[in-house]
Structures are given as C-alpha cells and as structure tokens.
Design a protein around this ligand. Structure first.
Ligand code: SF4
Length: 412
C-alpha cells in the first residue's frame, strides 16, 4: 500500500498568457512528471499551479481571482501546495504575497525549475519521455530590450538574454522522437545574439520549425533568406505591426513606420512563395483619433494579413503609455475593436476561401470530437474526419473542402 506521502502525486496547472508562459508551464509539467506526478482535475490535485500573465489587466485579474478562489481546497487538505507563477508573481511580488497568504510558493517567469521546492511526494520513478505531444516549444532567449511604450515585458522578464546555440541544439536533440514540430520562442527572436538565421541553419532532424515572435525592425534579409531556403522552416511569419498610423507607432516606440513595415512584407512575399503573414494590432492606444484608427483599418486591408490578433490597449503599470493623459474611453475602444475585427475576419475568410480545392500538407496534432486536427505549414488549422486510427504525429495531404476565417475543413 502506498503511504499517504507517496499518494500525494497529482498536479493541476492553469496557464494564462503567451507562449512563453505555456513553455514555462510545459517545463514545470516535465519536472513534475519526471518526479512521478500525474495530471488530475483540480479537486484531486496535491499541487495546484497558477501561471499568471500581466500583459493585460484582464488577464492579470483572472489569474489573481483564480488563485484566490482555490484557497478552499486547503481547508480539508492542508497539505495541498498552491503555487503562483509568471509575470504577476514578479511584477507585484510584495503586494501579491500579502493578498494571497495561502500560496506556498511564488515563482517568477523563466524560472520553472523552482517548482522543485514544493515537491515532496511522487513515486520518484524515472524520467517520463515526452507527454505524447507532437509539437514542442524551445526557448532561445528571454527578456526584451525594446521598451515599447505600452509593454510590461521588459519590466517583468528583464533584459534580453540569449541561450548559447549548443545548449539549444542539445535540447532539440533530446526531444522525444514523437515531436515533429518545434517552435523557437523569444520576445524578439530576430535579435537573437548568436544570429537567428545561423541558428535556423544548424537545426537538423526536425520536420517542421516555427518561430515566435519577430520584431519588424529586426527582420533581416538573412532571416528571410533562411526561411525561404530551408525546407524544414515553415512558411509562416508572425510580424506584429501593432498599429497602422505613423504617429501612433512613434508614440509606441516601435522604431519603424508603416512604409518600412510594408517594404519588409513585400520582401517576405517576394522571397517566400505562399507565405502566410499574421500580425498583432493594439486598438485605442492613448491619443488615438478616429482618423488614426481609420489609418489602422486601411493598413490592415492593404497588407492583407492572414490573421491579426486585435486587442484593446490596456494600461500597464510602470509603462510610459499608462502615464499618458490622453487615454481613449473604454466605450470608444470597444466600438473600434468590433469594427476592425469585422475587417480582419473578412480578409482572413477571403484568403482562406482561395485554399478550397487545394491540397495542403498538415501535421496531425490531435483527435477531438470525432475529428482530427492539424496545421498547414502556414499555420492554418485544418479539421478532417477519418476512420483510421493513430494519425497523430503524421504528415498527411488533405484536400480543403470548406473555409471559415479561422478554420479549414478537408478530406484525406
Ligand atoms: S518588442 Fe516591445 S512588445 Fe515585444 S516584448 Fe519587447 S517591449 Fe514588449
């Protein structure tokens, strides 16, 4: 019979925010599973982990209230450990530690190894090789030096630090064999200290390589060339423009103009046939006039992105933009967001409709609700039905039968 201590081997993890946070969570999961812990629903967990995000106020509030709400699990089971990690744990350390006294451990971002401090049970079995996933994230750098005026990342994740290529390549070689696709992660991979294009050229033995995120000012010809030439690098570039008006871009401290951005997009499209370009836009930045918003909509149309993640500006503490006194009223921000989302949807749909009838190579990632789900090299989600089992992890050709703005359906 296992002892009470040995039975304490279940964890539950809730992650808010970006791929960097997902990656930190994955690392913690890896550590937990290598110690014999298993995932469970929250009510049965012995370790509850909340990985928070502070990029927007809404995300920060959600993580905080979630962490507050889990304290009742400790009433009957005082041995449960609650862990609060991520950007909020760093940004509001002193305040949050007072507000969440039931939390046992606070972990700042980029430090998933600290989870070891709460591990006590588990059956200490050998390291579990992989978690069945066919895709994996690989961090190549942390932090950011850019100080965009709206962004809290440099304050909570610190200055830019690049990992050495040998270390990254060793991590990639050690990935389980079922991993077919990797995504190289960093706040600005284009400024990777040891040369991002050179790193791409050194990666071998992986079917597909993606990367996130790119700063337009650092998207060099060499990187574009590497994406164009290397067969395992996917034809998808996420290039956040953030706004379509030069004065707003200046106030955002983005260090490029709309024309600079257009030239970069033109180069990418000329060099990489069939490439998908996706972007981010922030609506309602302080001082944004109706005309500047219209410039943003026009730019979105002109650049015809495959998709754009549009978000409302959210003032973050410590940032320059939060201190600007010309904040746009919430109501106006919401109305503008609705308008631009409609345009973004129309563009995405018209691009996706052109794929109907074509055959796309997809990597099958999952099987849910009687359908397989995979992604094209251009990162479009494709769903298809098949009576065959075991297709997860396979690269297959699927003929696209119908399209919506964010999803394609097809047949094997
Ligand atoms: S590039 Fe700008 S938006 Fe991106 S993480 Fe750095 S400061 Fe934030």
């Amino acid at each position: 019979m296992p002892t009470e201590k040995q039975k304490r081997d279940r964890y539950f993890i809730k992650t808010y925010g970006c791929q960097m946070n997902i990656n930190d969570s994955n690392k913690m999961i890896e550590i937990l599973e290598s110690r014999g812990y298993q995932p469970s629903e929250i009510g049965k967990a012995h370790i509850i982990i909340i990985n928070s995000c502070t990029v927007r106020q809404n995300a920060e509030n959600k993580a905080f209230w979630y962490a507050k709400s889990v304290q009742h699990y400790k009433k009957n089971k005082p041995y449960i450990k609650i862990v609060f990690c991520g950007c909020v744990a760093e940004d509001k350390k002193d305040e949050i530690q007072k507000l969440l006294p039931h939390v046992d451990l606070f972990i700042p971002p980029n430090n998933p190894g600290k989870i070891e401090e709460v591990l006590e049970g588990g059956n200490r079995r050998m390291r579990v090789e992989g978690r069945g996933g066919v895709t994996a994230f690989v961090n190549i750098m942390t932090g950011c030096d850019n100080f965009c005026s709206y962004c809290i990342v440099p304050y909570v994740r610190g200055r830019e630090k690049s990992r050495r290529p040998e270390e990254i390549l060793a991590e990639i070689r050690a990935l389980p064999t079922n991993v077919k696709e990797i995504t190289l992660l960093g706040q600005n991979v284009n400024s990777y200290k040891y040369g991002f294009a050179a790193l791409l050229r050194k990666i071998k033995g992986v079917e597909r390589i993606r990367f996130l995120t790119s700063h337009p000012k650092d998207m060099s010809d060499d990187i574009i060339e590497a994406v164009a030439k290397l067969p395992n690098v996917c034809e998808h570039i996420h290039l956040p423009i953030q706004h379509g008006d030069d004065d707003i871009l200046k106030a955002m401290n983005r260090k490029y103009t709309v024309d600079d951005f257009k030239r970069t997009v033109e180069k990418i499209r000329n060099k990489i046939p069939g490439v998908a370009i996706t972007s981010d836009m922030i609506i309602g930045f302080p001082g944004e006039t109706e005309k500047q918003f219209e410039n943003c909509v026009r730019t979105a149309r002109e650049l015809s992105f495959d998709s754009i993640i549009t978000t409302i500006f959210s003032p973050r503490p410590k940032t320059t933009a939060a201190k600007m006194d010309n904040q746009v009223p919430e109501k106006t921000k919401k109305e503008r967001l609705q308008k631009i989302m409609k345009v973004v949807d129309e563009i995405a749909l018209s691009i996706n409709e052109k794929l109907v009838g074509t055959t796309q190579e997809i990597l099958v990632e999952d099987f849910m609700n009687s359908e397989y789900m995979g992604r094209t090299r251009t990162n479009k989600i494709v769903k298809f039905k098949s009576a065959k089992s075991g297709l997860r992890g396979k690269l297959l050709n699927v003929t696209i039968k119908s399209a919506r703005s964010f999803i394609l359906k097809g047949d094997l």
